[in-house]
Design a protein around this ligand. Structure first.
Ligand code: ATR
Length: 287
């Protein structure tokens, strides 16, 4: 990498931010395309978020990504929010516009959809209900993507049922029946499902395992996990052993980065085997 007087800048704001793999992702693309640009980790305390976002145009940044804990708060700071992000209630991408105003977008919906399309091209939204475990920001993006894809029934299951009810209220859509179920019912809800998605942190290294019995899941159902450390979670391993098509969480991370990169650096980018390998290598490094 060579820094010149014209190097374009972007980065990710988080607190902490050292765990983020977004710098590895975006700097891979910058190298691959020979772009004079750099993507930096920006450790921004929650109380400094507004000041940091407002400084982006002043410092010549093209924009930034946002990670924990900034995704919701940032939505109320930026000047404009795309409608999809407003419905989800969170932004993960900020673009500095030509007039120096800040536009907030949510590219997690795009990331989930593109990853599902790539890893499970045969998945048919009409194959059966989708079961979504979890009710955080990631669950909201997944539910929006499934509604957009034309899934007619989504079953939301979360440990804290009230949170799932809030998601169902906020994302209600005429063409999709969103139902909410107690956490204890998760096994039974798989009976006629076409897709199971884990959006909880269960199964991640250092977190408890997701306890769920897949025996009732129809053989053609697709199983997706948004956890990517480890890449093959115990859920995905169990699904693979039963012959299900599995979709890991790394692809969603990689695909969600594409729209931001294209807006900041002006080049379309792809998720390639080389990119997956480069980011996977960083997952093995201590942080
Ligand atoms: P994100 O925005 O990344 O989705 P989040 O809002 O912290 O993150 O959501 C984490 C999800 O994992 C939630 O659905 C959470 O359930 P609660 O809403 O009940 O907190 C779920 N989760 C975390 N630990 C869990 C556990 N031990 N058992 C069941 N669900 C758990």
């Amino acid at each position: 990498m060579r820094i010149t007087g014209k190097t374009r800048l972007a980065g990710i704001m988080g607190w902490p931010v050292a765990h983020s793999r977004s710098p590895a992702l975006h700097n891979f693309w910058l190298d691959e395309h020979g772009i004079d640009g750099v993507y930096l980790p920006l450790a921004v305390r929650p109380e400094d978020l507004e000041q940091a976002l407002r400084a982006l145009p002043t410092l010549g940044f093209r924009g930034c990504n946002l990670t924990i804990p900034h995704k919701q708060r940032a939505l109320s700071i930026v000047d404009r929010v795309e409608p999809l992000a407003r419905r989800i209630g969170a932004i993960n991408t900020v673009i500095v516009m030509p007039d120096d105003s800040l536009e907030g977008r949510n590219t997690d919906v795009y990331g989930f959809r593109e990853n599902l399309r790539e890893c499970a091209p045969e998945w048919n939204p009409a194959a059966g209900p989708a079961v979504v475990l979890g009710a955080g920001g990631a669950a909201r993006a997944v539910v929006m993507a499934l509604i957009d894809a034309g899934v007619a029934e989504i079953r939301l299951v979360n440990r804290t049922q009230a949170r799932a009810e809030q998601v169902a209220d906020d994302l209600a859509a005429p063409a999709c029946h969103l139902s909410v179920h107690p956490w204890a019912r998760r096994d039974a809800l798989l009976q006629d499902a076409g897709l199971l998605v884990n959006t909880t942190s269960l199964g991640m290294i250092g977190e408890p395992e997701l306890e769920i019995a897949l025996s009732g899941l129809p053989p053609g159902a697709v199983v997706a996990d948004i956890v990517y450390v480890p890449l093959e979670t115990p859920l995905l391993a169990a699904a693979r052993r039963r012959g299900h098509r599995i979709v890991d969480g790394l692809g969603m991370l990689l695909h969600q980065g594409r729209p931001g990169f294209e807006a900041w650096f002006g080049s379309p980018v792809q998720v390639t085997r080389g990119l997956r390998t480069a980011v996977l290598t960083t997952l093995a490094e201590p942080r």
